[in-house]
Design a protein around this ligand. Structure first.
Ligand code: HSE
Length: 300
């Protein structure tokens, strides 16, 4: 069986650990049950192959194992092929897509009949936060909250003709490090500001009120700390906004940054790449659209 799982951006500025947005770049996975003593056989192609494990620590495989455990069964001997079309520079939901893809695949081949929300909860157990895994499984804009330890997710389809212009500088920021530098406590006024913005942001994305993205994407909880991990952050932001971007945020934990735009996408991408270059950082950009569908089978 073969499936595809979308990339995603998360946080979207004020929605730290809460909002995800699926994007039209994909991790493709196929699995065959084979007679081998070396299960899992894992073949990796596409972006970032050098960073993708081809043994039992592989995140797709870990997702599959988690479903087998949940169902009280074991995986058969298998050959797993990954073709990664998700830019691997960090911040576009590569690990979330891998975990979610593994969960989705195992649910199919073991015929466990989990709902998407049950799959999501298993994936969150591995990823630690729901934003990217929810977008990978549900598609669209995902809005997550915890209820007695379980994730509840709403996914809404986004009809606005928005482009997501992402720019990835060529260095790594480990999510663990990018989480460690955040303060343990925040000021009430900053928390209130984020609540205001995230509520406005969700409404504006649903209503297609793209002008509101100019203010509703601002964040007071994490980006000011994480910007220090991205050389040239302020100049790249200015370059993007001057070139016509509606917004500018860190994608997930970075180092990828992204803008919403409805025009000038090429100019915005080039402006960001140039601004990173002025800080001695090579970068590449991707122009993407929202993907309103989550993980799905391509062939049985
Ligand atoms: N919400 C997460 C964070 C996304 O910002 O740390 C990274 O995977």
């Amino acid at each position: 069986m073969k499936i595809k799982v979308p990339a995603s951006t998360s946080n979207l500025g004020p929605g730290f650990d809460t909002l995800g947005l699926a994007l039209d770049r994909y991790l493709e996975l196929s699995v065959e049950v084979v007679d081998t003593k070396n299960s899992p056989e894992i073949i990796v192609k596409g972006n970032g192959v050098e960073h993708i494990a081809a043994d039992k620590t592989n995140l797709v495989y870990q997702g599959m194992v988690a479903v087998a455990k949940h169902a009280g069964t074991e995986l058969p001997s298998l050959r797993l092929s990954l073709n990664n079309g998700i830019p691997s520079c960090g911040g576009l939901g590569g690990s979330g897509a891998a975990i979610s893809g593994g969960v989705f695949l195992a649910n199919e081949i073991l015929d466990v009949k989990l709902s998407r929300e049950e799959m999501l909860n298993i994936a969150v157990g591995l990823e630690g936060h729901p934003d990217n895994v929810s977008a990978a499984l549900m598609g669209g804009l995902t809005i997550n909250c915890f209820d007695n330890g379980s994730v509840r997710c709403r996914s809404v389809k986004i009809a606005a003709p928005l482009s997501v212009v992402a720019c990835s500088p060529r260095f790594q920021v480990l999510t663990k490090e990018a989480r460690k530098i955040l303060p343990k406590e925040v000021l009430m006024k900053d928390a209130v500001r984020n609540i205001e913005n995230v509520a406005s942001l969700v409404a504006s994305l649903i209503q297609g009120d793209v002008d509101a993205l100019r203010y509703a994407t601002s964040d007071t909880l994490h980006e000011q700390y994480r910007a220090s991990l991205i050389p040239g952050f302020d100049d790249v932001k200015k370059a993007a906004l001057d070139a016509g971007a509606l917004s500018f945020n860190i994608s997930g934990a970075g180092p990828t940054v992204f803008c919403f735009a409805v025009s000038n996408e090429k100019e915005i991408g080039s402006a960001m790449v140039k601004a990173f270059a002025a800080h001695g950082r090579e970068a590449s950009c991707e122009m993407m659209r929202v993907e309103n569908e989550g993980a799905r089978a391509i062939t049985k």
